[in-house]
Design a protein around this ligand. Structure first.
Ligand SMILES: Nc1nc2c(ncn2[C@@H]2O[C@H](COP(=O)(O)OP(=O)(O)OP(=O)(O)O)[C@@H](O)[C@H]2O)c(=O)[nH]1
Ligand SMILES: [Mg+2]
Length: 358
């Protein structure tokens, strides 16, 4: 799962990154930031830790979310700024979900166009950039496909099918609407997948500053946000840089209920609709991330494509049952392990063992 932070220049993306990353990076002295920082934020999960205590495995592997901190989008209307925005956005297309970082603080260390924060204006701006970028890609492709069909190219049959779905997308963009709730069947979904449209993927707003998310934020923005959350990133980044033993006092003083990394991961899971299942044993206790509604065979494919190909059955039980029984032997003796088919919908916190013929 790759999550990209998107924001205007100086909205605090790198500070948010530093609040959640294990190894904070140096804040660049001024704009523009040149490179993208990437780190995996490991997910602390007490349920998984309890399983580790039972197995004492050689290897312990929590799930992780890859976070990208890209340079900010320059706000200007010059050709150079426009080109830079396009380049930056196209580098972010491969992410699986987006966190739109909105500035809710003032800072004189940064040359903002406007000193006062304006959440709605910044959000509208970002949404517009994402939507326009999708629009341009879609429009170019539609033109190309129409040309192919007119010329009766060799791929004309596939081109017609692709054109039909791309025209549906184009109609949305022409109305200034996103693709998030556009209903497509599996085949059409595949046809547009390669374009990596921003507005087909989950996005949520992160208000960076001391205030909570204002009611109605994003209600009339062009892209549908899944949720909003807020973080006072500067304080959280300070906390994250501290020695672990100094953290509790700081958290108490600033009323922070959990470290930013934990809150961030929780918010991402909720906004994107993710859940974790576990695999356990003496060799390794490990968490895996899948989407809500994913079946046992999809879960198997996460572990290894061969496990999905050769899928026979999944042995499944809720982790609570194992913790209660205290050992696999006792759980088995109680008949606590179910055998499930390919289409079993995996639940959050399930422990899964795949039986495979390969
Ligand atoms: N008061 C306050 N200042 C912040 C906060 N987050 C960031 N800043 C300040 O805002 C300035 C820009 O922060 P960055 O984290 O570098 O912003 P950015 O979005 O990564 O900037 P670019 O990568 O250049 O687009 C720095 O001076 C930060 O110290 C915050 O939550 N509160
Ligand atoms: Mg930055």
């Amino acid at each position: 799962m790759r999550i990209a932070l998107i924001g205007l220049e100086g909205s605090g993306k790198t500070t948010v990154f530093n609040a959640v990353a294990e190894n904070p990076v140096e804040l660049p002295p001024g704009p523009p930031q040149k490179e993208t920082h990437i780190q995996v934020v490991k997910i602390r999960d007490e349920r998984l830790e309890a399983c580790r205590d039972i197995f004492q495995p050689k290897k312990f592997t929590p799930a992780g979310i890859e976070v990208w901190d890209a340079p900010g989008l320059p706000p200007g209307s010059s050709e150079a700024d426009r080109e830079r925005r396009m380049r930056l956005l196209s580098a972010l297309r491969d992410a699986d979900a987006y966190v739109l970082v909105l500035r809710d603080f003032k800072s004189d260390r940064y040359p903002y166009e406007r000193a006062e924060p304006d959440l709605d204006a910044d959000l509208a701006r970002l949404a517009d950039e994402m939507l326009t970028s999708d629009y341009v890609i879609c429009e170019n492709r539609v033109e190309k496909l129409r040309g192919n069909i007119e010329r009766k190219s060799r791929t004309v049959d596939q081109d017609k099918l692709e054109l039909a779905v791309m025209e549906k997308c184009l109609a949305r963009f022409e109305e200034g609407r996103d693709l998030r709730d556009l209903e497509l069947d599996e085949a059409d979904e595949k046809r547009i997948k390669g374009y990596q449209f921003f507005t087909r993927k989950p996005a949520f707003a992160l208000v960076n500053g001391p205030n909570a998310v204002p009611e109605g934020l994003g209600a009339d923005c062009a892209i549908q946000l899944r949720a909003g959350t807020s973080m006072d990133a500067q304080i959280d980044a300070e906390l994250n840089a501290m020695d672990p033993e100094d953290r509790p006092e700081f958290m108490e003083e600033f009323g922070i209920e959990a470290p930013a990394a934990e809150r961030f991961v929780r918010d991402v899971y909720r906004a994107v609709g993710l859940l974790a299942f576990f695999t356990v044993g003496e060799d390794e206790v490990r968490a895996w991330t899948i989407h809500e509604g994913d079946t046992a065979v999809i879960a198997a494919g996460k572990i290894h494509t061969d496990l999905a190909k050769g899928f026979v059955r999944a042995e499944v039980f809720p982790h609570e049952d194992l913790l209660e029984a205290g050992s696999m032997r006792d759980l088995k003796a109680k008949g606590g392990i179910r055998l499930e088919h390919k289409d079993y919908v995996v639940k959050d916190g399930d422990i899964v063992h795949i039986r495979s013929a390969l």
